[in-house]
Design a protein around this ligand. Structure first.
Ligand code: MRU
Length: 364
């Protein structure tokens, strides 16, 4: 685990994006970065589910890790007379927070399996143990993705990334940013084009904050300027994260990913997706079947910025409406490879089928 070195006030301290202590979930409030660094303490599964929904915690892997913690809280909160009904209602509440990130459902299924047919006392111990195991796996998988992905990065490489698929989004190390962090540790020089990622600006706010903390050279670019730099041969490689990967290799990721992949293909630039096995939906036939979250129109109509204090300002006429799909699907044909904790694979049905078998074995 890398535990990002974060400057808080005048001190530098090591942090992971979220953790469980006793029955309380602690997490960095990602809505306030890069302007404020605040740790939230979430005492019940209700609070933790709400924190996933309102994006205090976000990014597929972090959602998965925190969903596991939330499920453990739901079990811990049960009295004998309420077992298992109340816990299962809690799981349902957690499942209803964000529909696209596969990791959310992966974590809930894992906790469910760990408590199956157990009495309450045993189930409490088992849920806690499993939640901590899931959290550790994210940390280890991020590191492995970093190791495999770093092989794609040559010294002096210029990489384009979209949204935030870093240390904040995968609980530790990251998915798309992990190869960049690893390459840096191998003393390779890298430069990162950071798509600002409208409407919530996860690139400009979170990826840029992470890269600055790691002293990695980067520039934030407006979402619509990626093609400009690709056409001028200034981008060598694209790496993005994923929220759900279908069994044919289609990938759902932050809105805007699809157009970057098409542009990369047009300009002969390799386009890679980085994600752990927990993001694969082995039962989902193709991208067409991935549920896409539609978020509030106010995320498009307003921006949250900083001028002496945090301010939310309207940027469109009062009468205007907006549409706000949070993710899009990139067809497999635009993706050169998927960087996983088991190596880099082709986004093909046959390869993903083999991976599905591996994922069952790993957990046995
Ligand atoms: O809506 P968000 O901020 O949760 O979306 C995040 C992304 O789209 C990331 O690219 C994705 O979750 C991969 S990060 C592990």
């Amino acid at each position: 685990m890398i535990e990002l070195l974060v400057k808080v006030g005048n001190k530098r301290r090591w942090f992971t994006a979220s953790w469980l202590k006793g029955s309380t979930v602690y997490a960095i409030d990602q809505r306030l970065l890069p302007f404020r660094f605040k740790i939230v303490a979430l005492k019940t599964h209700y609070e933790t589910a709400e924190a996933i929904k309102n994006m205090t915690i976000r990014g597929a892997g972090s959602i998965g890790a925190v969903a596991a913690f939330a499920c453990a809280q739901a079990v811990l909160e049960c009295k004998s007379s309420e077992w298992p009904k109340k816990a299962l209602l809690g799981f349902e509440r957690i499942a209803n927070t964000r529909p696209t990130a596969r990791d959310l459902f992966f974590a809930i299924e894992r906790i469910k399996q760990s408590i199956a047919n157990k009495k309450l006392g045993e189930a409490k111990k088992a849920a806690l143990k499993e939640a901590k195991k899931i959290s550790k796996e994210y940390q280890e998988n991020g590191k492995l993705i970093g190791m495999f992905g770093a092989k794609l990065i040559k010294d002096g490489c210029k990489i384009l990334t979209h949204c935030n698929a870093g240390w904040l989004a995968l609980h530790d190390w990251g998915s798309a940013l992990a190869p960049i962090y690893f390459a840096k540790r191998l003393h390779k020089k890298v430069f990162v084009f950071v798509d600002e990622t409208r409407p919530r600006l996860q690139g400009a706010k979170l990826t840029a904050w992470e890269l600055a903390n790691e002293n990695i050279e980067h520039a934030i670019i407006a979402d619509n300027s990626a093609g400009f730099y690709m056409q001028k041969s200034e981008v060598d490689l694209c790496i993005v994260g994923a929220d759900r990967i279908a069994s044919n290799g289609d990938v759902a990721n932050k809105i805007g990913t699809y157009e970057k992949a098409v542009l990369a293909k047009e300009n002969g630039i390799p386009f890679y997706v980085a994600a752990p096995l927990s993001t694969f939906d082995f039962k989902c036939k193709s991208g067409k079947h991935i549920p896409i979250e539609e978020r509030a129109e106010e995320e498009v109509l307003f921006v949250l910025g900083y001028e002496k204090d945090l301010r939310k300002v309207r940027i469109a006429p009062k009468k205007s409406k907006a549409k706000n799909p949070a993710f899009d699907v990139t067809p497999a044909k635009y993706i050169k490879g998927i960087i996983t904790e088991h190596g880099i694979i082709k986004p093909k049905r046959s390869t993903i089928k083999k991976l599905a078998k591996k994922s069952k074995k790993v957990r046995k």
